[in-house]
Ligand binder design. Sequence first.
Ligand code: NAP
Length: 345
Amino acid sequence: MTAISHSNRGPARPSAHPRRVFLLGATGTIGRATELALVRRGHEVVCFVRPRAGVGGALAPGDSVRLLAGSTVRFGDITRPESLVRDGFQGEHFDALVSCMASRTGAPKDAWTIDHAAHVHALEAARLAGVSQVVLLSALCVQKPLLAFQHAKLAFEKALIDSGLTYSIVRPTAFFKSLSGQVERVKRGKPFLLFGDGTLTACKPISDNDLADYLADCLDEESRQNRVLPIGGPGEAITPRQQGEHLFALFGRTPKFRHVPVGLMDAIVGVLGTLGSVMPPLADKAELARIGRYYATESMLVIDPQTGRYDARATPSTGTETLFDFYARLANGGIAPERGDHAVF
Ligand SMILES: NC(=O)c1ccc[n+]([C@@H]2O[C@H](COP(=O)([O-])OP(=O)(O)OC[C@H]3O[C@@H](n4cnc5c(N)ncnc54)[C@H](OP(=O)(O)O)[C@@H]3O)[C@@H](O)[C@H]2O)c1
């Protein structure tokens, strides 16, 4: 098996102004790539992580230190402001805060704790440490907020904009990991699952590395500062049906689709929502179903304010890596990425 790593990245242009960067969320998918992108530009990076990190707490402290070998790794509890100050910033000066941190579940309580409150505390501690610039990884879907985690993210975006610090709020489209859940199914000869006819939605997938480069370059590129930045990957927008067709061609199989009616998702959301109001443990499951329904019906493209429609042409592109190159690497034995709690298929 070949791990799909960041090692095939060419040398980065060093930053003209290397900075001391405090990085949150460094153990996540985009955080790992962003740590590398920052280090490759010559920044001095301090990562603040929890003692058990990664999907399901799979990373012990030594694993995180090895994973983030180019940086200093500090351990603490981001949900406790005193830990952030004592164990994280440690009374030192920093120039920039970069955050790729986000709730792993998207459940309302976790989202408000991490995507909002922990960020508010981090912003305050960062300001006290001398930070004058913040780069925040957000999500394009907050432009049409229907879910708890989207409202939590928007609330922090507003706090950051109001802070007076220089900010770059980066709102990407879909990540490769979120579009790779059916590679194994197709490989094993199973049908590709589609909501509706598979053309209800589209996105411009962005690779971890291309997004990480974009985030890291926000520190130097003035055109990306004090702005909210929707961003997709290279090439045309792709529908779920096109993803399926491409995978069947890649594995030399006859296309076989199974259509899941959106009404079925509505029924699941409705039942779990009703049960969740009387049985709290089911409330999080209801929110997960709502998240699944959202991505089944909403495109990850910029909404044109004139028409109210998703618009691929209005969605900027960056980078060089395409989803179909990534599928080819997976088909050639690359290890599929960890998809975490948001995985629908
Ligand atoms: N998936 C997509 O297609 C997509 C598209 C656009 C935007 N986005 C957005 O991109 C962002 C990052 O995505 P990702 O896939 O890189 O996320 P991820 O892999 O789930 O990583 C989340 C990071 O946040 C940290 N974190 C979560 N809860 C924490 C806690 N209680 N204490 C300390 N750290 C905590 C995690 O640390 P641990 O390792 O300790 O858990 C991890 O480092 C999210 O805001 C997401 O909404 C995603």
